[in-house]
Design a protein around this ligand. Structure first.
Ligand SMILES: [Zn+2]
Length: 211
């Protein structure tokens, strides 16, 4: 017996594993689990377009967010400021390799990869350029979600490390503003993506052919 045929019309609650017939929802509707009340399936409104434009906004904010000074310190009556990349370099120079690596990974690399991932996915759906490789790509993209909130945490560490290392006046600069906006847009680009819709569509395009 082909198990795949049976699972196509069934959806499992991701919290309590209760099984349901897959509901047919319109945009904006959600289906809740009867047993635990968590959201079973959610059809987000205009998901692809929203994600597309959020990711474009994020790509525009990327350069100022990383290159403009995020914090400034007054040290021995001299004013210094540092961008996010400067912070990574300074941390390496002072021997904080671990923090520098984590900062680079979670504040720069992961958000950038997620943002371009969301852009690529929404672009492919918006202009109907779907390829079978999208299945694997979306699966990989989905894993990055687990690391999403770490960038906010890392930014907190940077600011407090600077505060600890140079116990002086600290000012917040334009770069921090851009970087915060960049984090918001990159998070929005990925939260507006309707995962259920994307899986459904990919399944129909590339998996259902043989049944
Ligand atoms: Zn449940």
């Amino acid at each position: 017996m082909d198990n795949r045929l049976n699972t196509k019309h069934i959806v499992a609650c991701h919290l309590c594993d209760a099984l349901y017939d897959k509901p047919h929802l319109k945009q904006g509707q959600t289906a809740k689990c009867n047993r635990c009340g968590s959201t079973l399936v959610e059809r987000k409104v205009d998901s692809i377009n929203r994600s597309f434009y959020w990711s474009i906004a994020g790509i525009i904010l990327l350069a100022p967010g990383i290159l403009l000074p995020i914090i400034g310190v007054t040290l021995a009556k001299q004013y210094h400021h540092a961008s996010l990349l400067d912070c990574v370099v300074v941390l390496i120079e002072r021997g904080f390799f671990m923090i520098a690596t984590l900062l680079f990974l979670f504040a720069i690399a992961v958000p950038v990869v997620r943002l371009f991932g969301a852009f690529y996915i929404s672009f492919s759906f918006k202009y109907n350029r779907l390829k079978p490789s999208m299945l694997n790509f979306f699966r990989a993209y989905h894993h990055l979600d687990n690391w999403a909130m770490l960038n906010v945490f890392m930014l907190g560490i940077v600011v407090s490390m600077y505060k600890l290392l140079d116990d002086t006046e600290l000012t917040i600069n334009l770069g921090l503003f851009s970087f915060t906006l960049f984090l918001i847009t990159s998070t929005m680009a990925s939260t507006t993506l309707d995962q259920d819709y994307i899986w459904d569509k990919l399944e129909r395009e590339f998996i259902d052919d043989d049944s």
